[in-house]
Every structure is written in C-alpha cells, then in structure tokens.
Design a protein around this ligand. Structure first.
Ligand SMILES: *Cc1c(COP(=O)(O)O)cnc(C)c1O
Length: 379
C-alpha cells in the first residue's frame, strides 16, 4: 500500500513514540494495582500522581482538581450529568449550543427526557455564539453553561473567557469541552473562569481510551458510575495506568515548542486555503478566519458530495473527513454546518481537512493535485 497522507487530526492523532515508550512498562513490569499498598502498587500510584501534576500544570489547575476518565465522551457525561443530578433541587436549566459534539448534545437530550430544560444557543455564520443571547437565556433555574472551547468540524474557537466571566457573575457553573483545543490553544482555567473542562488523550498524540475532567475545587458532582473509591470517589474503576502515564507525557509534549508547532500549522493551513481558492471556483471556506484552530480547513465544493470526495481521496491514500466522523455515514448533513447556515446540499458537499505536526507542504500539494484530477470539480 502507498504511503498514507493523514489529514484527519480532528478525528484522532498518531501516538507520539515518546509517549508509547513511557507507557510500555506499565503494561507488563509495572502491573501493580494503584490501590494496593505494597511496592508495585505504590509505584503505579506514583506514576498516576506524576501524570496528574503534568496535566494540572498545563491548564493552571491544582493537582487534586484533575480526574482521569476513559475519554472525552465520559468527561462530558460526568461533567454535565454530575452537575445536573447534584443541583436538581436548585434548578433544572442548562445552556449549551447547537454545535456541540454528540457527547454533549446526546447527554443533554437524555437529561431533557428526564425533565431538565435545555437551551441550545444559535451560532452565527462563523460558528460563534452571541454573548447577548447567552445572557438573555440565563434564568433563576440555570445551573450549568456547557459550551465547547473549539469546534471539531469547523475549528471555530468560542469566546471562552467572556463566557466564563458571565457564568461567574451569575453564579452558574461553566463546563467546556476542550477536546479539540488542548495542544492547539493555551488554556488557563483560573484566568478564564472555567469550572469544568474535558479533554481526550488521543486528540493530542496520546493514547485512546483515556481522558481528563478538570473539576474546580468546591464544585460537587454526583457520581455516574458506582463502584470503588478511585479518583477521590468520583470515578469508580481500577485506573488505566498506562493510559494515564501516556496522557501525562502527551500533554507535556503538546506544550513543548508550542509557538513553533502552532505557527507551522497556521502556515500550512493558510497555504492549503490559498491553493484551494487558486484552483477551484465557487468554494466556500467554513468557520471563522481569526478565531480558528491552527490546523482546521473546512471547505464546501458545491458540485460533489463530501462522501464521494472522501472515497476518491482514500484511494489515493489521503485520509480526510466529510464533516464529523460521528455524523458521517448517516446521510444527514452535519448539524454544525446546518447551524452556520449552509443548505443541506452544501453541507453534504463539504470536506474537513485537519492538519497535524507531521504534515508538510508536499502533502497539501499532493492533495490539491488529487482534487484537480476529479472531473466534477472542474469548471
Ligand atoms: C473526539 C471528541 C470528543 C470525544 O472524545 P473521545 O475521547 O473520543 O470520547 C468529544 N468532544 C470533542 C469536541 C471531540 O472532538
């Protein structure tokens, strides 16, 4: 098989070799249960705590505010259900947006069935929420605002600090799904007034099946899984020690040479957008020009479906996405592209190209050459 040109870093990333190396001993030699008090148990426990410190440092959190979970989806579930069930006597209203990941949207849908009221904020044509609309929807019953840091399909970065300030002013907890933002944006939970934050290891060159939920000190959550007393009695189950070691190493590496890496990604993205505009007429670049993840390009080509494009590119060894991996395959247009005002037809003719650290200008040139060969895209 030919070389793979991987342009789908919003779906997952290839694990860094250094991360793998740190994890390996914890699959075999260092197999102790962190709850056991003999030496190999204690050494697993130490590895977990060292990883917790690494995660905390990067987002300016306290060490005991970091909880390990099985991934971004579990972190979102635990944050939203945890607050909802704990505060149900106080209020039953949650504010989120129309462009959240299914891990947030479907959690909210379930809560709706259980009697909670959910407001799904609109976004403008760039994918940005309106702070006025947010303020206008706050009621006495509002217990949580959950708004994603950066969108996984169009890369739009929301005004997180301003949202955090509004939430604080009203005494409402603020959760953000930062799964796409970690490693791409600098985050300070104190300065931004974030109370709960979700992350996922496999989106920043770490392992799959491991995530983090940051919970501000003093914020109480109901448990959503019963069992042992691991993770300060918030998340039952024997810890995924290799995964925890891996996510700690991955987050440390993600913020090493940060400016250099993000600048390189921004340059590549700019080059990709320029080349697309130069070679194809009537295309539309979706999302916001300024407030955008460094490696995200989302483009609509009116003449061909995204699925068809994706399959043609796959034959050339190029991995891209026709919108969100979770919504593709259903035939339904992406809820994010519909929310920013695209017609179903245009939304269905969109391609998401998400660049990563290992991509080069040659990869973009190869992509453009392959797209140029597609007859339907010629004028
Ligand atoms: C990938 C992703 C998730 C889910 O994370 P998993 O670790 O795969 O469960 C949640 N939110 C966003 C924005 C994502 O991109």
């Amino acid at each position: 098989m030919n070389k793979i040109i991987y342009l789908d870093h919003a779906a997952t990333t290839r694990m860094n070799e250094q991360v793998l190396k740190e994890m390996l001993p914890f699959f075999s030699l260092e197999y102790g249960n962190p709850s056991s008090i003999y030496s190999i148990g204690r050494s697993a426990k130490r590895a977990i705590e060292s990883s917790r410190r690494k995660v905390a440092r990067v987002i300016n959190a306290k060490v005991h505010e970091i909880f390990f979970t099985s991934g971004g989806s579990e972190s979102d579930n635990l944050a939203i259900k945890g607050i909802a069930y704990n505060l149900k006597e106080k209020g039953n209203h949650i504010i989120t947006t129309k462009i959240e990941h299914p891990a947030v949207l479907n959690t909210c849908h379930r809560l709706e069935k259980e009697g909670f009221k959910i407001t799904y904020l609109n976004v403008d044509d760039k994918g940005l929420i309106s702070l006025e609309e947010l303020k206008n929807n706050i009621t006495e019953k509002t217990i949580l605002i959950s708004i994603m840091y950066a969108n996984n399909e169009i890369g739009t970065i929301e005004p997180i600090k301003k949202i955090g300030d509004i939430a604080k002013e009203h005494g409402i907890y603020f959760h953000t799904d930062a799964v796409q933002a970690i490693g791409n944006v600098k985050i300070d939970v104190e300065a931004m007034n974030i109370d709960l934050l979700s992350m996922s290891g496999h989106k920043f060159y770490g392992p799959k099946g491991i995530g983090v939920l940051y919970v501000r000190q003093g914020v109480e959550l109901s448990k959503i899984q019963d069992g042992g007393h691991q993770e300060r009695d918030l998340r039952a189950g024997t810890e995924n020690v290799p995964g925890i070691v891996g996510i700690g190493k991955a987050i440390e590496l993600a913020y090493e040479n940060f400016e250099e890496k993000t600048n390189k990604l921004k340059e590549l993205k700019k080059y990709c957008i320029e080349k697309l505009k130069e070679n194809f007429n009537n295309i539309r670049i979706n999302g916001d020009k300024e407030n955008r993840l460094p490696g995200n390009v989302n483009v609509s080509f009116s003449k061909i479906s995204g699925e068809e494009l994706l399959l043609i590119l796959d034959e050339k060894g190029i991995c891209t996405s026709a919108g969100s991996a979770c919504s593709s395959g259903t035939g339904k247009p992406s809820h994010v592209l519909v929310a920013i005002g695209l017609s179903d037809e245009l939304a269905n003719s969109s391609l998401r190209i998400t660049l990563g650290n290992e991509n080069t200008k040659e990869d973009i040139e190869y992509l453009i050459d392959c797209l140029k060969e597609i007859k339907k895209l010629r004028v």
